[in-house]
Design a protein around this ligand. Sequence first.
Ligand code: SAM
Length: 309
Amino acid sequence: MSDRNDSGDYRITTKNRHKRPIVSETPRPQKKREPSAWWSILNELGIQPSKALGQNFLHDRAIVRRIAESAEIAAGALVVEIGPGLGVLTQELAERAGRVIAIELDPRLASYLRERDLSHTEIVESDILQTDLRVLTGGEPYVVVANLPYSVATAAITHLLESSAPPARLVVMVQREVAERIVAAPPSMNLLAVSVQLFGHPRMMFTIGPGAFVPAPTVESAVIRIDVYDQSAIEPAERKVFFQMVKAGFRQKRKQLANALTAAPGLNKENVEPALIASGIDPTRRAQTLSLDDWVRLHGALRGLRADA
Ligand code: SAM
């Protein structure tokens, strides 16, 4: 269906080229949602889907509906979508929400969507990683629903969770392998799982094969839902020190915690081992066996020891 060129972009093959003459007016969305309809629109817009921008567009309406249903959008709710692309999910969200703000980095897609004039939908041309969510939403409660670009998926999730105005929940499609890392539990924990689970409870909703997208990606995808806590267990001012400890643990994950954690600033044999014991954690355990609660208790014990020193 598609080839990739040297720059990693996808090329529209002759087979998929639109046969009708290219018209100058903005193409209207078509009733048909099969892959060839999407290729026609992309071709008319002169867009070769970019791998760097994670441009794999959903065409399966049943999946689009399942994503929106997973978000349990209340009638008047504000929804923020990241990467609306050709607008298939945007349209579904606009039908369910009070208002949709969709952030799209690609200017061609942003102007295509503006011309479609979707009801109560605002298209913002911006990079999600540079977007201040408090400014964007004006402090109003919101939920995030998105088929995230693979290239920035984990960065976008942590940017949203660490924001001073985080969403109430996120329902996002990511690479299946990333989804599995986010919902991991002991004894298979990892740094990304701790970074997400500190802020909310993640759940795997469903998985999706490559055939649901144009162009088809080489990997499987999954939709996860993260219900964000009102308050995270670690205060913003403490997070740097907390993550220095967690990162040290995972950087040398074959090492026992009593040794691995001493790589973090301010940690040494004298404080690490007593803190592990005081937290009820066997010093011979490895980082991947600790739950988020274990890390939070350990941080508290180390903080106490540091304060005593
Ligand atoms: N929502 C559409 C769908 O489901 O078919 C498109 C999803 S596609 C996987 C990802 C979209 O994110 C693309 O439209 C891409 O241009 C956009 N995008 C890529 N990087 C972005 C960024 N940093 N900020 C905002 N949008 C971005």
